[in-house]
Design a protein around this ligand. Structure first.
Ligand code: F6P
Length: 318
C-alpha cells in the first residue's frame, strides 16, 4: 500500500497545471497519503529539491497560470545514472509512487523511471494537445482561447488597412492549436504539418478572399514556413499587403479556462486513484467522452483522427 507520493510538472508549462497539482495533493491527503512536491520537474528530482505539500500549500493556486512547482526540460534524464540519482532522492523521502504532469517527453521520462522501480502515473499537461491516447490535454483550451483573442484583434487592424494577417501559433509536432484557431476565427488558410503547404493554393485562397473582403487571415503552425517570407509572397501576388505576427509564448500563459481547471481537477484526482489501485506506467486520458486510464505505450501512439475530421470541415468553410 502506497503511503507517500510525489508530484511534479515537466516540459513546457500549461495553464491548469496548478489545478492538477492541487487535485493530486488534496485527493491524496483525503485518502490518507502524504504528498511531496518536486520543484522544476526531473531537474528538481535530480537536485533533491523536494518539499512536503499540505492542503494549504495548494490554496489559491487554481486560477494562476504556469506551475507553482516550476518546470524544466532535462534532456540528461535519458541517462540511467541521472535517473538513478533522482530515484535515490525519491527513496530517501520514502516516496513510493509518482504523478507526472506533462507532455510526451515527460511521459517518456516517467516510463524510464518506472522501469527502475518507481510506480508512475501521468496526467496530460501541454498546450499542444499532442498526446495520442487522449482527446484532451490540460492547457489546450486556454491556449486556443488566447490565440483566438489575439487573432480577433489582428483582424480589426487588418480589416481597417485592407491587409492579410499571417499568424504563427505554437504546436511543433501537432497542428491542433492551428486548426482549432483557424476554425474559430474563420481563417482563409491554415498551414500545418498534417496537411502540408502549397504556396499556390494559399495565394489562390487569399485572392479569392480579396474579391469580397477587406482582409484575410492565415494561421500557420510553428516550424512550417517562415512567416515573414510568406508575407512577402502574399504582398507580391495578391491584392493584399501582408503582415506577419508570431504569437509565441503568450499562448502558454494566463489564468486557465473553466474547461482546463475542471479537466485538471478530474485528471489529477484520477491519477491518485490509479496509483492507489496499483497502476504503474499508466496515464489519465480523455477518450470518447470518458476519463480513462491507459498505458504510456498506448497513449504515446499518435492519433490524428479528430484533427483530420476538423480539417476536412475547415476546408468546406473556406
Ligand atoms: O509546451 C509545448 C510548446 O509550447 C510547443 O508548442 C513549443 O514548440 C515548445 O513548447 C516551445 O518550447 P520552449 O518554451 O522550451 O521554447
Amino acid at each position: 500500500m502506497i503511503r507517500r507520493i510525489g508530484v511534479l510538472t515537466s516540459g513546457g508549462d500549461a495553464p491548469g497545471m496548478n489545478a492538477a497539482i492541487r487535485a493530486v495533493t488534496r485527493s491524496a491527503i483525503v485518502k490518507g497519503l502524504e504528498v511531496f512536491g518536486i520543484h522544476d520537474g526531473y531537474l528538481g528530482m535530480y537536485e533533491n529539491r523536494i518539499e512536503r505539500l499540505y492542503r494549504k500549500s495548494v490554496s489559491e493556486k487554481m486560477r494562476a497560470g504556469g506551475t507553482f512547482l516550476g518546470t524544466a526540460r532535462l534532456v540528461e534524464f535519458d541517462q540511467a545514472e541521472v535517473r538513478q540519482v533522482a530515484l535515490e532522492n525519491l527513496r530517501n523521502f520514502n516516496i513510493e509512487g509518482l504523478v507526472v504532469i506533462g507532455g510526451d517527453g515527460s511521459y517518456r521520462g516517467g516510463l524510464a523511471l518506472s522501469k527502475m522501480g518507481m510506480p508512475v502515473v501521468g496526467v496530460p499537461g501541454t498546450i499542444d494537445n499532442d498526446i495520442g491516447g487522449t482527446d484532451y490535454t490540460i492547457g489546450f483550451d486556454t491556449a486556443i482561447n488566447t490565440a483566438v483573442e489575439a487573432v480577433d484583434k489582428l483582424r480589426d487592424t487588418s480589416n481597417s488597412h485592407r491587409r492579410c494577417s499571417i499568424i504563427e501559433v505554437m504546436g511543433r509536432n501537432r497542428g491542433d492549436i492551428a486548426v482549432w484557431t483557424a476554425m474559430a476565427v474563420g481563417a482563409e488558410v491554415c498551414i500545418c504539418k498534417e496537411f502540408g503547404f502549397n504556396l499556390q493554393e494559399v495565394i489562390e485562397n487569399v485572392r479569392r478572399a480579396a474579391q469580397s473582403k477587406r482582409h484575410a487571415i492565415i494561421i500557420v503552425a510553428e516550424n512550417m514556413v517562415k512567416v515573414e517570407e510568406l508575407a512577402q509572397e502574399i504582398s507580391a501576388h495578391t491584392p493584399f499587403e501582408a503582415r506577419a505576427t508570431v504569437l509565441g509564448h503568450v499562448q502558454r500563459g494566463g489564468s486557465p479556462t473553466v474547461r482546463d481547471r475542471v479537466f485538471a481537477s478530474v485528471m489529477g484526482a484520477t491519477a491518485v486513484e490509479a496509483l492507489l489501485s496499483g497502476k504503474d506506467r499508466h496515464c489519465v486520458c480523455y477518450r470518447d467522452g470518458k476519463i480513462v486510464v491507459m498505458t504510456f505505450e498506448e497513449a504515446l501512439v499518435d492519433d490524428q483522427t479528430d484533427l483530420l475530421e476538423k480539417f476536412e470541415i475547415f476546408k468546406l468553410l473556406w
